[in-house]
Write a protein that binds this ligand. Structure first.
Ligand code: SAH
Length: 410
């Protein structure tokens, strides 16, 4: 039978007998755990020597002697000679040291597990009798894949003293455009503060029923929750020891006010981390077959929020035919933008594309030349969310169209 133990080797002596490749591999693992490793071996493989030099691991250059195990908490033997390994095991039995025997795992008193971790959870796999390391590794890999993508319940059951806030980029909508890290952090969350855009709806169904979900994108009367209130919510729940996920559409640092949320957490002394996401600024044009840069067509991208004033830099970008201008939150501002561009001398025939509901079943692309886009957008009743692309990359014939396209007849 086997009892799996979570053993802390930090600061404890581990004796490794033998200087070959097996020792090299496991030496790293013990060192990563903070063990005080020493090696007894007549010679060392170059790989082993390199790791030992790098980590100042002491080497006793001679064959194993019985007294070697005396000060060790744990012994690992991989000499390449079964008889020697057996002698090490026998000596460990006598001296009551746990011993891992690499040449015959069933013979030693301890075995290493195939191990994986996700955040601060560690899972080890081994067999009850006999040893089949490949099989253990296969199971470990399958568990690791599920853990890292958030498909296993990772929520803490004992609240910590200090919580933390994770700002997570949810991407442009589909849950499978989120990062693996984002999925795992969501699976660990006690509280999820979500926006209206992004993958909130799809991933919400996967959260445990006792996860507190706070929707700050909308509230009765259709007003979004003010930023200061969102900041206060994040801090308050983290201070109560909760793992808080702030789930944002796209990338947290692209017009997401993520920076302000980070500042609020830092000011309150709450640990905060940011996980990037796929920004709609790039991925929504892409979903309509529009590359924001394209060799020979556009060599720079200017991303702007349509709600603000129209900055001279934006007009300059629109005038420069090597620059793609991407406007987020720009549907209402479209007429204003177009007027300003025309007044600034941007050619009337320069291409514009509006991509509505990117990466969704309702995705639609409207294209027209600059002088017609306002009329076409009104006729087509374009609505938010949409990304507007000004520049030659918006030409319908640049690449094969990826989605249904409404062409201007003008
Ligand atoms: N941080 C986000 C942007 C937030 S601003 C990001 O990096 O993507 C919100 C704007 O993003 C919307 O007004 C719209 O212009 C754009 N947007 C986000 N998701 C979109 C989608 N699926 N389709 C079209 N536009 C989208």
């Amino acid at each position: 039978m086997t009892t799996m133990l979570g053993v802390s080797l930090r600061g404890r002596e581990v004796l490794m007998v033998g200087g070959g490749l097996v020792t090299a591999r496991r030496l790293r693992r013990f060192l990563d755990d903070g063990a005080l490793v020493r090696v007894v071996a007549p010679e060392l493989a170059p790989e082993t020597r390199a790791i030992m030099v790098e980590n100042a691991v002491p080497w006793t250059k001679r064959p194993f002697r019985r007294g070697d195990v005396r000060t060790a908490w744990l012994v690992h033997t991989a000499t390449g000679d079964r008889r020697v390994d057996r002698a090490v095991v026998a000596q460990c039995e006598r001296q009551r040291r746990l011993c891992i025997n690499a040449s015959d795992g069933a013979m030693g008193s301890a075995r290493l597990t195939a191990q994986t971790s996700a955040g601060d959870v560690v899972v080890g796999v081994t067999g009850v009798v006999g040893v089949d390391p490949r099989r253990s590794m296969d199971v470990r890999d399958a568990v690791a894949a599920m853990l890292s993508s958030g498909r296993l319940p990772l929520r803490r059951r004992r609240p910590g003293l200090v919580g933390r806030v994770d700002l997570i980029g949810g991407g442009p909508g589909p849950a499978d455009l989120m990062t693996v890290r984002a999925r795992r952090l969501l699976a660990e969350a006690d509280v999820v503060v979500a926006d209206r855009l992004g993958p909130a709806a799809e991933v919400r169904g996967e959260l445990g029923s006792d996860v507190l979900v706070i929707d700050v994108g909308k509230r009765p009367g259709d007003h979004p929750v003010p930023q200061e209130e969102i900041n206060a919510l994040l801090v308050e729940h983290a201070r109560a020891g909760k793992r808080v996920v702030r789930l944002k559409g796209g990338d947290p640092f692209v017009f997401g006010r993520g920076g302000e949320e980070v500042l609020a957490c830092v000011a309150a002394g709450v640990p905060v981390m940011v996980t990037p996401g796929v920004s709609s600024a790039i991925s929504v044009p892409q979903s309509a077959g529009i590359p924001v840069t394209h060799r020979g067509t556009a060599s720079a991208v200017h991303v702007v929020n349509g709600q603000g004033g129209i900055a001279p830099a934006t007009l300059a970008a629109m005038l420069d035919d090597a620059v793609t201008t991407v406007v987020l939150m720009g549907v209402a501002a479209l007429p204003r933008l177009v007027d300003a561009a025309l007044a600034h001398g941007v050619p009337t025939e320069s291409p514009v594309a509006i991509v509505e509901n990117g990466h969704s079943p309702h995705q639609r692309t409207i294209r027209a030349r600059l002088s017609d886009i306002v009329t076409v957008a009104q006729a087509e009743r374009v609505e938010n969310p949409a990304v507007i692309v000004f520049g030659d990359v918006a030409r319908a014939d640049l690449l094969l169209p990826v989605s249904a396209t409404v062409e201007s007849t003008a």
